[in-house]
Ligand binder design. Structure first.
Ligand code: FAD
Length: 340
Protein backbone atom coordinates (compact mmCIF):
# COMPACT_ATOMS: atom_id res chain seq x y z
CA UNK A 1 0.00 0.00 0.00
CA UNK A 2 1.29 3.48 -0.83
CA UNK A 3 1.38 6.02 1.95
CA UNK A 4 -1.34 8.02 0.20
CA UNK A 5 -3.48 4.93 0.20
CA UNK A 6 -2.84 4.48 3.90
CA UNK A 7 -3.81 8.08 4.60
CA UNK A 8 -7.01 7.58 2.62
CA UNK A 9 -7.84 4.43 4.57
CA UNK A 10 -7.22 6.28 7.84
CA UNK A 11 -9.62 9.02 6.81
CA UNK A 12 -12.34 6.62 5.74
CA UNK A 13 -14.78 5.15 8.22
CA UNK A 14 -16.43 1.94 7.10
CA UNK A 15 -20.06 0.82 7.33
CA UNK A 16 -21.37 3.87 9.14
CA UNK A 17 -25.08 4.52 9.55
CA UNK A 18 -25.92 7.75 7.75
CA UNK A 19 -28.95 8.27 10.01
CA UNK A 20 -26.53 9.65 12.63
CA UNK A 21 -25.52 12.41 10.16
CA UNK A 22 -28.95 13.64 9.13
CA UNK A 23 -31.55 15.67 11.01
CA UNK A 24 -34.09 13.28 9.46
CA UNK A 25 -32.33 10.47 11.37
CA UNK A 26 -32.81 8.41 8.22
CA UNK A 27 -30.18 6.59 6.14
CA UNK A 28 -28.66 3.13 5.88
CA UNK A 29 -25.03 2.13 6.36
CA UNK A 30 -22.51 3.82 4.07
CA UNK A 31 -19.61 1.62 2.98
CA UNK A 32 -17.32 4.70 3.06
CA UNK A 33 -17.64 7.91 5.08
CA UNK A 34 -15.02 10.61 5.62
CA UNK A 35 -14.98 13.80 7.70
CA UNK A 36 -11.79 15.65 6.64
CA UNK A 37 -10.59 18.26 9.15
CA UNK A 38 -8.39 20.21 6.71
CA UNK A 39 -8.12 21.05 3.01
CA UNK A 40 -5.12 18.73 2.86
CA UNK A 41 -7.19 15.81 4.16
CA UNK A 42 -9.96 16.75 1.73
CA UNK A 43 -7.50 16.57 -1.19
CA UNK A 44 -6.16 13.18 -0.05
CA UNK A 45 -9.72 11.93 0.16
CA UNK A 46 -10.67 13.19 -3.31
CA UNK A 47 -7.51 11.68 -4.86
CA UNK A 48 -8.17 8.39 -3.07
CA UNK A 49 -11.80 8.32 -4.23
CA UNK A 50 -10.66 8.90 -7.79
CA UNK A 51 -8.04 6.16 -7.73
CA UNK A 52 -10.48 3.67 -6.19
CA UNK A 53 -13.34 4.56 -8.53
CA UNK A 54 -15.58 5.75 -5.69
CA UNK A 55 -18.34 8.26 -6.27
CA UNK A 56 -18.00 11.09 -3.71
CA UNK A 57 -21.16 12.66 -2.27
CA UNK A 58 -20.70 15.86 -0.30
CA UNK A 59 -22.89 16.92 2.60
CA UNK A 60 -22.63 19.31 5.56
CA UNK A 61 -24.67 18.58 8.65
CA UNK A 62 -27.40 16.71 6.79
CA UNK A 63 -30.18 19.16 7.64
CA UNK A 64 -31.39 19.33 4.05
CA UNK A 65 -30.45 15.86 2.82
CA UNK A 66 -32.44 12.66 2.67
CA UNK A 67 -29.95 9.79 2.69
CA UNK A 68 -30.92 6.50 1.05
CA UNK A 69 -32.05 3.44 2.98
CA UNK A 70 -29.50 1.37 1.03
CA UNK A 71 -26.52 3.47 -0.06
CA UNK A 72 -24.57 2.20 -3.08
CA UNK A 73 -21.36 0.39 -2.13
CA UNK A 74 -19.29 2.58 -4.44
CA UNK A 75 -20.35 5.88 -2.83
CA UNK A 76 -18.05 7.83 -0.57
CA UNK A 77 -20.08 10.15 1.66
CA UNK A 78 -18.05 13.05 2.99
CA UNK A 79 -18.71 16.19 5.00
CA UNK A 80 -16.61 19.20 5.95
CA UNK A 81 -18.47 19.60 9.27
CA UNK A 82 -15.23 18.96 11.19
CA UNK A 83 -13.45 21.74 9.28
CA UNK A 84 -14.18 24.76 11.44
CA UNK A 85 -11.96 27.85 11.16
CA UNK A 86 -12.45 31.60 11.42
CA UNK A 87 -10.21 34.58 11.03
CA UNK A 88 -10.99 38.24 11.54
CA UNK A 89 -9.48 40.20 8.65
CA UNK A 90 -9.69 43.94 7.88
CA UNK A 91 -13.38 44.60 7.10
CA UNK A 92 -14.30 40.92 6.74
CA UNK A 93 -14.50 37.58 8.51
CA UNK A 94 -13.09 34.42 6.96
CA UNK A 95 -15.14 31.36 7.92
CA UNK A 96 -14.56 27.76 6.79
CA UNK A 97 -17.34 25.77 5.15
CA UNK A 98 -17.98 23.31 7.99
CA UNK A 99 -18.85 26.04 10.49
CA UNK A 100 -22.44 25.83 11.77
CA UNK A 101 -24.28 28.92 10.51
CA UNK A 102 -25.74 29.61 13.93
CA UNK A 103 -22.20 30.29 15.26
CA UNK A 104 -22.22 33.40 13.07
CA UNK A 105 -25.24 34.73 14.96
CA UNK A 106 -23.45 34.06 18.25
CA UNK A 107 -20.37 35.88 16.94
CA UNK A 108 -22.68 38.82 16.14
CA UNK A 109 -24.14 38.68 19.62
CA UNK A 110 -20.71 38.96 21.26
CA UNK A 111 -19.49 41.66 18.87
CA UNK A 112 -22.52 43.91 18.34
CA UNK A 113 -22.99 42.90 14.68
CA UNK A 114 -26.60 42.24 13.74
CA UNK A 115 -26.28 41.14 10.10
CA UNK A 116 -25.94 37.45 11.07
CA UNK A 117 -28.96 37.36 13.41
CA UNK A 118 -31.01 35.48 10.78
CA UNK A 119 -28.63 32.50 11.01
CA UNK A 120 -29.57 31.84 14.62
CA UNK A 121 -31.02 28.31 14.85
CA UNK A 122 -30.67 27.89 11.06
CA UNK A 123 -29.45 24.30 11.08
CA UNK A 124 -26.60 23.52 8.73
CA UNK A 125 -23.10 24.48 7.75
CA UNK A 126 -21.97 27.65 6.02
CA UNK A 127 -20.82 25.63 2.94
CA UNK A 128 -24.34 24.34 2.35
CA UNK A 129 -25.80 27.76 3.15
CA UNK A 130 -23.63 29.24 0.40
CA UNK A 131 -24.53 26.35 -1.95
CA UNK A 132 -28.29 26.86 -1.64
CA UNK A 133 -28.44 30.48 -0.51
CA UNK A 134 -30.05 29.56 2.82
CA UNK A 135 -32.62 32.11 3.88
CA UNK A 136 -34.79 33.13 6.78
CA UNK A 137 -37.65 35.47 5.91
CA UNK A 138 -36.10 38.41 4.01
CA UNK A 139 -32.47 37.64 4.88
CA UNK A 140 -30.23 35.22 3.00
CA UNK A 141 -26.63 34.13 2.88
CA UNK A 142 -26.02 36.15 -0.30
CA UNK A 143 -26.60 39.32 1.81
CA UNK A 144 -23.49 38.66 3.88
CA UNK A 145 -21.17 36.86 1.44
CA UNK A 146 -18.25 38.70 -0.12
CA UNK A 147 -16.17 35.90 -1.70
CA UNK A 148 -16.54 32.11 -1.64
CA UNK A 149 -13.51 29.81 -1.93
CA UNK A 150 -14.03 26.52 -3.74
CA UNK A 151 -12.17 23.43 -4.88
CA UNK A 152 -13.13 21.78 -8.16
CA UNK A 153 -14.02 18.17 -7.32
CA UNK A 154 -12.99 17.04 -10.78
CA UNK A 155 -9.74 19.05 -10.85
CA UNK A 156 -8.54 19.47 -7.25
CA UNK A 157 -5.04 20.14 -8.62
CA UNK A 158 -6.28 23.62 -9.64
CA UNK A 159 -6.25 24.55 -5.94
CA UNK A 160 -8.41 27.20 -4.33
CA UNK A 161 -10.66 29.17 -6.69
CA UNK A 162 -12.13 32.53 -5.55
CA UNK A 163 -15.73 33.23 -6.50
CA UNK A 164 -16.75 36.84 -5.79
CA UNK A 165 -20.39 37.50 -4.90
CA UNK A 166 -20.98 39.08 -8.33
CA UNK A 167 -20.25 35.68 -9.96
CA UNK A 168 -22.38 33.56 -7.60
CA UNK A 169 -25.60 33.85 -9.70
CA UNK A 170 -27.66 34.10 -6.54
CA UNK A 171 -31.45 34.04 -6.62
CA UNK A 172 -34.11 32.48 -4.38
CA UNK A 173 -32.53 29.17 -3.24
CA UNK A 174 -30.33 29.15 -6.37
CA UNK A 175 -26.64 29.69 -7.04
CA UNK A 176 -23.80 28.85 -9.39
CA UNK A 177 -22.63 26.28 -6.81
CA UNK A 178 -25.64 24.12 -7.66
CA UNK A 179 -24.50 23.61 -11.24
CA UNK A 180 -20.71 23.33 -10.81
CA UNK A 181 -18.66 20.41 -9.44
CA UNK A 182 -17.41 22.67 -6.67
CA UNK A 183 -16.80 22.11 -3.01
CA UNK A 184 -17.12 25.31 -1.01
CA UNK A 185 -14.30 25.26 1.53
CA UNK A 186 -14.69 28.72 3.05
CA UNK A 187 -15.78 32.29 2.51
CA UNK A 188 -15.10 35.90 3.36
CA UNK A 189 -18.18 37.42 4.95
CA UNK A 190 -18.96 41.13 5.03
CA UNK A 191 -18.78 43.00 8.30
CA UNK A 192 -21.00 46.11 8.30
CA UNK A 193 -19.06 47.61 11.24
CA UNK A 194 -15.82 46.74 12.98
CA UNK A 195 -16.48 44.10 15.63
CA UNK A 196 -15.78 45.03 19.23
CA UNK A 197 -13.05 42.37 19.36
CA UNK A 198 -9.46 42.04 18.21
CA UNK A 199 -8.53 39.26 15.75
CA UNK A 200 -7.08 37.26 18.63
CA UNK A 201 -10.16 37.70 20.81
CA UNK A 202 -12.29 36.60 17.84
CA UNK A 203 -10.29 33.41 17.42
CA UNK A 204 -10.51 32.75 21.14
CA UNK A 205 -14.29 33.30 21.06
CA UNK A 206 -14.82 30.85 18.18
CA UNK A 207 -12.41 28.35 19.74
CA UNK A 208 -14.47 28.50 22.94
CA UNK A 209 -17.79 28.10 21.10
CA UNK A 210 -16.50 25.21 19.04
CA UNK A 211 -14.85 23.43 21.97
CA UNK A 212 -18.23 22.86 23.62
CA UNK A 213 -19.04 19.59 21.87
CA UNK A 214 -21.17 20.91 19.07
CA UNK A 215 -24.51 19.10 18.96
CA UNK A 216 -25.13 16.03 16.82
CA UNK A 217 -27.81 15.96 14.15
CA UNK A 218 -30.50 15.36 16.74
CA UNK A 219 -32.69 18.47 16.52
CA UNK A 220 -33.80 18.78 20.18
CA UNK A 221 -30.09 18.63 21.19
CA UNK A 222 -29.28 21.30 18.62
CA UNK A 223 -32.04 23.56 19.95
CA UNK A 224 -31.04 23.06 23.60
CA UNK A 225 -27.35 23.65 22.90
CA UNK A 226 -27.77 26.96 21.07
CA UNK A 227 -30.55 28.44 23.21
CA UNK A 228 -28.33 27.64 26.18
CA UNK A 229 -25.47 29.54 24.47
CA UNK A 230 -27.79 32.53 24.21
CA UNK A 231 -28.54 32.34 27.94
CA UNK A 232 -24.84 32.13 28.75
CA UNK A 233 -24.15 35.29 26.71
CA UNK A 234 -27.11 37.09 28.33
CA UNK A 235 -25.83 36.20 31.82
CA UNK A 236 -22.48 37.75 30.89
CA UNK A 237 -24.29 41.01 30.09
CA UNK A 238 -24.39 40.76 26.28
CA UNK A 239 -27.60 42.15 24.83
CA UNK A 240 -29.69 39.50 23.07
CA UNK A 241 -31.44 41.28 20.21
CA UNK A 242 -35.20 40.89 19.77
CA UNK A 243 -34.62 39.34 16.30
CA UNK A 244 -32.95 36.32 17.91
CA UNK A 245 -35.73 35.92 20.46
CA UNK A 246 -38.25 36.14 17.61
CA UNK A 247 -36.42 33.29 15.83
CA UNK A 248 -36.85 31.09 18.91
CA UNK A 249 -40.55 31.90 19.11
CA UNK A 250 -41.19 31.41 15.38
CA UNK A 251 -39.28 28.13 15.04
CA UNK A 252 -40.63 26.70 18.29
CA UNK A 253 -44.16 27.60 17.17
CA UNK A 254 -43.63 25.62 13.97
CA UNK A 255 -42.29 22.66 16.03
CA UNK A 256 -39.03 22.81 14.05
CA UNK A 257 -37.06 20.99 16.69
CA UNK A 258 -39.64 18.57 18.07
CA UNK A 259 -39.37 15.82 15.44
CA UNK A 260 -36.63 14.73 13.03
CA UNK A 261 -37.05 16.59 9.74
CA UNK A 262 -35.16 18.64 7.18
CA UNK A 263 -37.30 21.76 7.53
CA UNK A 264 -39.18 22.86 4.42
CA UNK A 265 -39.37 20.16 1.76
CA UNK A 266 -40.37 22.30 -1.24
CA UNK A 267 -39.30 25.68 -2.57
CA UNK A 268 -42.05 28.27 -2.66
CA UNK A 269 -43.48 29.19 -6.04
CA UNK A 270 -43.81 32.94 -5.77
CA UNK A 271 -45.93 33.22 -8.94
CA UNK A 272 -48.74 31.43 -7.09
CA UNK A 273 -48.97 34.00 -4.30
CA UNK A 274 -49.09 31.56 -1.40
CA UNK A 275 -46.29 29.60 0.26
CA UNK A 276 -46.12 25.82 -0.21
CA UNK A 277 -47.24 25.15 3.37
CA UNK A 278 -50.52 26.98 2.71
CA UNK A 279 -51.10 25.13 -0.59
CA UNK A 280 -50.60 21.78 1.13
CA UNK A 281 -53.10 22.89 3.81
CA UNK A 282 -55.62 23.90 1.16
CA UNK A 283 -55.63 20.38 -0.32
CA UNK A 284 -56.02 18.89 3.13
CA UNK A 285 -52.76 16.95 3.25
CA UNK A 286 -51.54 18.10 6.68
CA UNK A 287 -51.16 15.13 8.98
CA UNK A 288 -50.99 12.57 6.12
CA UNK A 289 -48.94 9.53 7.17
CA UNK A 290 -46.99 7.04 5.05
CA UNK A 291 -45.03 4.44 7.03
CA UNK A 292 -43.07 6.32 9.70
CA UNK A 293 -43.25 9.70 7.92
CA UNK A 294 -45.91 12.37 8.33
CA UNK A 295 -46.70 15.75 6.80
CA UNK A 296 -46.52 17.95 9.90
CA UNK A 297 -49.90 18.81 11.34
CA UNK A 298 -48.46 22.25 12.22
CA UNK A 299 -46.84 23.19 8.91
CA UNK A 300 -47.78 21.74 5.53
CA UNK A 301 -44.29 22.11 4.01
CA UNK A 302 -42.55 19.95 6.62
CA UNK A 303 -42.39 16.16 6.47
CA UNK A 304 -41.39 14.65 9.79
CA UNK A 305 -39.92 11.31 10.77
CA UNK A 306 -42.40 10.26 13.45
CA UNK A 307 -40.47 7.10 14.30
CA UNK A 308 -38.67 4.56 12.16
CA UNK A 309 -39.38 6.33 8.86
CA UNK A 310 -37.61 5.04 5.76
CA UNK A 311 -36.31 7.32 3.03
CA UNK A 312 -38.92 5.73 0.78
CA UNK A 313 -41.75 6.88 3.11
CA UNK A 314 -40.56 10.49 2.78
CA UNK A 315 -40.14 10.14 -0.99
CA UNK A 316 -43.66 8.73 -1.28
CA UNK A 317 -45.06 11.74 0.61
CA UNK A 318 -43.01 14.08 -1.62
CA UNK A 319 -44.57 12.45 -4.71
CA UNK A 320 -48.06 12.59 -3.18
CA UNK A 321 -47.75 16.35 -2.53
CA UNK A 322 -46.35 16.93 -6.03
CA UNK A 323 -49.19 14.98 -7.65
CA UNK A 324 -51.98 16.70 -5.68
CA UNK A 325 -50.51 20.21 -5.96
CA UNK A 326 -49.96 19.80 -9.70
CA UNK A 327 -53.53 18.60 -10.17
CA UNK A 328 -55.01 21.54 -8.22
CA UNK A 329 -52.59 24.43 -8.84
CA UNK A 330 -51.11 23.41 -12.23
CA UNK A 331 -47.41 23.46 -11.33
CA UNK A 332 -44.99 20.80 -10.13
CA UNK A 333 -43.48 21.77 -6.76
CA UNK A 334 -39.69 21.70 -6.80
CA UNK A 335 -38.10 19.99 -3.78
CA UNK A 336 -35.65 22.04 -1.77
CA UNK A 337 -34.71 18.83 0.04
CA UNK A 338 -31.73 17.04 -1.54
CA UNK A 339 -32.80 13.44 -2.11
CA UNK A 340 -29.74 11.21 -2.59
C1 FAD B 1 -35.64 22.44 11.57
C2 FAD B 1 -35.06 22.95 10.30
C3 FAD B 1 -35.29 24.26 9.91
C4 FAD B 1 -34.73 24.75 8.71
N1 FAD B 1 -34.95 26.06 8.38
C5 FAD B 1 -34.38 26.55 7.27
C6 FAD B 1 -34.54 27.93 6.92
O1 FAD B 1 -35.16 28.71 7.63
N2 FAD B 1 -33.96 28.37 5.78
C7 FAD B 1 -33.24 27.55 4.98
O2 FAD B 1 -32.70 28.01 3.95
N3 FAD B 1 -33.07 26.25 5.29
C8 FAD B 1 -33.61 25.73 6.40
N4 FAD B 1 -33.43 24.42 6.73
C9 FAD B 1 -32.70 23.55 5.80
C10 FAD B 1 -31.18 23.49 6.05
O3 FAD B 1 -30.87 23.78 7.37
C11 FAD B 1 -30.41 24.43 5.13
O4 FAD B 1 -30.74 24.16 3.80
C12 FAD B 1 -28.89 24.33 5.32
O5 FAD B 1 -28.27 25.23 4.44
C13 FAD B 1 -28.36 22.93 5.05
O6 FAD B 1 -27.09 22.82 5.61
P1 FAD B 1 -26.39 21.39 5.83
O7 FAD B 1 -24.97 21.64 6.14
O8 FAD B 1 -27.13 20.58 6.80
O9 FAD B 1 -26.54 20.81 4.36
P2 FAD B 1 -26.67 19.29 3.91
O10 FAD B 1 -28.07 18.85 4.07
O11 FAD B 1 -25.63 18.46 4.55
O12 FAD B 1 -26.35 19.45 2.36
C14 FAD B 1 -27.28 20.11 1.53
C15 FAD B 1 -26.69 20.34 0.13
O13 FAD B 1 -25.60 21.23 0.23
C16 FAD B 1 -24.48 20.70 -0.45
N5 FAD B 1 -23.29 21.07 0.30
C17 FAD B 1 -23.04 20.83 1.61
N6 FAD B 1 -21.83 21.33 1.96
C18 FAD B 1 -21.32 21.90 0.85
C19 FAD B 1 -20.09 22.54 0.54
N7 FAD B 1 -19.14 22.71 1.47
N8 FAD B 1 -19.88 22.95 -0.73
C20 FAD B 1 -20.81 22.78 -1.71
N9 FAD B 1 -21.99 22.17 -1.48
C21 FAD B 1 -22.24 21.72 -0.22
C22 FAD B 1 -24.67 19.18 -0.42
O14 FAD B 1 -24.00 18.56 -1.50
C23 FAD B 1 -26.17 19.05 -0.52
O15 FAD B 1 -26.54 19.05 -1.87
C24 FAD B 1 -33.96 23.90 7.90
C25 FAD B 1 -33.73 22.58 8.31
C26 FAD B 1 -34.26 22.11 9.49
C27 FAD B 1 -33.98 20.72 9.93
Amino acid sequence: MTSQNQQFEQLCRKDVKLSAYSTYEIGGAARHLALPHTIEELTIMLDGARSKGLNPFLFGSGSNTLFPDHPHEDMLFFSLKEHIEFKLLPGRLFVSAGTPMTLLALFGLYTGIDSFDFTFLLPGTLGAGIYMNAKYFSHQISDVLETAYVIDKEHPEKGLISVPISDCEYAYKKSIFMRKPWIVVGADLKLPVDPKLTPQQTEELFAKLKSKNLPSSVLPDYYRHYTNELNIAAKQGFKVRQEMLDVIEDRSGKLHFDFPSCGSVFKNNYTIGEPMGKLVDRIGLRGTVIGGAMISDHHGNIIQNRGGAKAQDVVDLVHLVQEKVEAKFKFLPEPELVIV
